[in-house]
Write a protein that binds this ligand. Structure first.
Ligand code: ASP
Length: 346
């Protein structure tokens, strides 16, 4: 907001805004510190859409570059293309002076190793309950060592987990550096994160951006909704902008952001359009595994959040599950507002 007030372009302002979180090693869902893919490699997705020219730039599955939203903005400004992926996106970034950096923090590496080891009893990695206790303390209890498998640092992501295949086991107490034996359950919970940020200038120009490290433990090369224009991000300078976080696959098959912008164009308020999009997603999710049925109650096993901003400055959001909040900043100052929702979790 400070940059916008100083006359910076809305696209540059939002990209600098999300950079704060991309640079933050304690955030597990965006940029540096994001949880890695199944191979332990951080792969990032981002896109920017620019209302004044109705142009977009995006990068997907980019590795070793901390600020994918900035690279996406360069794709928008310096190329004739919309989306660069993987190696090509990386080389494009390096050519523009971005630094090659290791994005896997120690915390994220431990979380990944914890997942890897506890994934299955049928592989060669020993689960917590398969390891024999040692007779003395192990080296990882030494004050200058970091524990190789366990990390009890609280999660920094705010959303409910988008796919509850199994609940995370209670953190295993550590005695003498060895995890205690517990009934082992696979630790395969997925973490949501992602930032969508839209800005509207006093003159009525709009830009929007979404950046993420995607789903943790994803299959290498998996691309979510964030860099897909119309899915995780969309804007139309005559109407407004919309974006999404949560289960990208549900968003890609419904092209939620473009639909929300269209619905605002047809007269719905931002909150109505986001709420109706939640219903639309549920109506179109036919895969049984994505639903939990208890009696006659059917609830999705994932979450999605939608954020929308209209050209006249009205904003709103909605999520499948309760508890969602979105950050806004206008003449009334910066604040968090509660989002509408469809399902209530006690
Ligand atoms: N939408 C992101 C993706 O599917 C994930 C998230 O928002 O957490 O990649």
């Amino acid at each position: 907001m400070d940059l916008l007030k100083e006359g910076y372009d809305p696209a540059d302002s939002i990209v600098q805004g999300v950079k704060i979180v991309e640079d933050d090693p304690t955030d597990e869902s965006v940029g540096y510190g994001g949880l890695p893919n199944a191979d332990g490699v951080v792969e990032l997705d981002a896109c920017v859409m620019y209302g004044p020219t109705h142009k977009t730039g995006a990068v997907a599955s980019i590795r070793n570059i901390k600020n994918p939203a900035q690279v996406a903005l360069l794709v928008l400004r310096r190329t004739d293309h919309c989306l660069l992926v993987g190696e090509g996106a990386y080389r494009f970034a390096i050519s523009h002076g971005f630094k090659h950096e290791d994005l896997l923090t120690e915390h994220a590496r431990r979380e990944w190793m914890n997942w890897r080891e506890n994934m299955s009893h049928d592989d060669d990695w020993l689960n917590d309950d398969e390891r024999d206790a040692t007779v003395g303390k192990t080296w990882d209890a030494l004050p200058w060592q970091s524990a190789p498998t366990r990390d009890t640092t609280p999660r920094t992501n705010d959303g409910p987990n988008i796919r509850e295949k199994q609940e995370k086991p209670a953190d295993t107490p550590v005695e003498g550096g060895q995890p205690k034996k517990t009934a082992s359950r696979p630790y395969i919970m997925e973490v949501t994160g992602t930032i969508h940020c839209s800005a509207l200038t006093a003159k009525g120009d709009i830009a929007s951006c979404t950046t993420t490290s995607g789903l943790n433990w994803k299959i290498p090369g998996r691309v979510g909704d964030s860099p897909i224009i119309g899915a995780g991000n969309y804007c139309d300078n005559d109407i407004g902008a919309a974006g999404s976080t949560g289960r990208g696959e549900a968003n890609i098959v419904t092209l939620a952001s473009a639909r929300i912008v269209d619905w605002m164009g047809a007269g719905q308020t931002p909150e109505e359009a986001c709420r109706n999009m939640c219903k639309y997603v549920c109506d179109h999710m036919k895969e049984k595994r994505l639903w939990k049925t208890e009696g006659d109650k059917r609830t999705p096993t994932f979450d999605l959040k939608f954020y929308a901003l209209r050209k006249d400055g009205l904003f709103g959001g909605a999520s499948l599950w309760n508890g969602g909040e979105m950050a806004v900043c206008d003449a009334a100052g910066a604040r968090a507002i509660k989002m509408a929702y469809l399902f209530e979790r006690k």
